[in-house]
Design a protein around this ligand. Structure first.
Ligand SMILES: [Zn+2]
Length: 151
């Protein structure tokens, strides 16, 4: 069998492959996105195990029941599970990207954290702030940012 022992002798071919695709959000995903457009955040609920899923699923991952119930995510039940800082390159500035989980809900969603002088911390309470209705398009960017909830 032929084996390359010197990587400088590897031939390189450069080209590009144009790809066009359409992403289907699926049954639960489509409803989730339509609800975001209305400024609502809902999880799908398993009636058998009482588990909530966000992003919503149509089947429970534990008992395989079909999920037909939806439940509003309780206001102020979100918390920062993880975060990272993203540089905006030449434009300058930084965005804080957060993975937000919600009390008693499986999963979580990504978004931006509203900038503040305070350093973000894992576990801080946050709530979603939606864009103006006329600016919403039915995707995750409809949540303009998450803002810290002050107690
Ligand atoms: Zn279940």
């Amino acid at each position: 069998m032929e084996k390359i022992t010197n990587e400088t002798k590897i031939g390189i071919l450069q080209d590009h492959i144009p790809l066009q695709y359409k992403y289907s959000a699926g049954v639960a995903g489509d409803r989730f996105l339509q609800l975001l457009k209305q400024g609502k955040l809902q999880a799908s609920r398993c009636a058998k195990c009482n588990k909530l899923y966000l992003p919503p699923k149509i089947f429970c991952k534990d008992c395989f029941s079909q999920l037909n119930e939806w439940k509003d995510i309780a206001e102020d039940s979100g918390y920062v599970y993880s975060f990272t800082s993203v540089s905006n390159g030449e434009a300058g500035g930084k965005d804080l990207i957060v993975l937000v989980k919600f009390d008693g809900v499986e999963g979580g969603i990504l978004g931006r954290l509203k900038s503040s002088r305070e350093e973000p911390r894992i576990g801080i309470r946050v709530r979603p702030v939606f864009k103006q209705k006329s600016e919403r398009i039915g995707d995750l960017s409809d949540i303009q940012y998450f803002e810290k909830v002050n107690y």
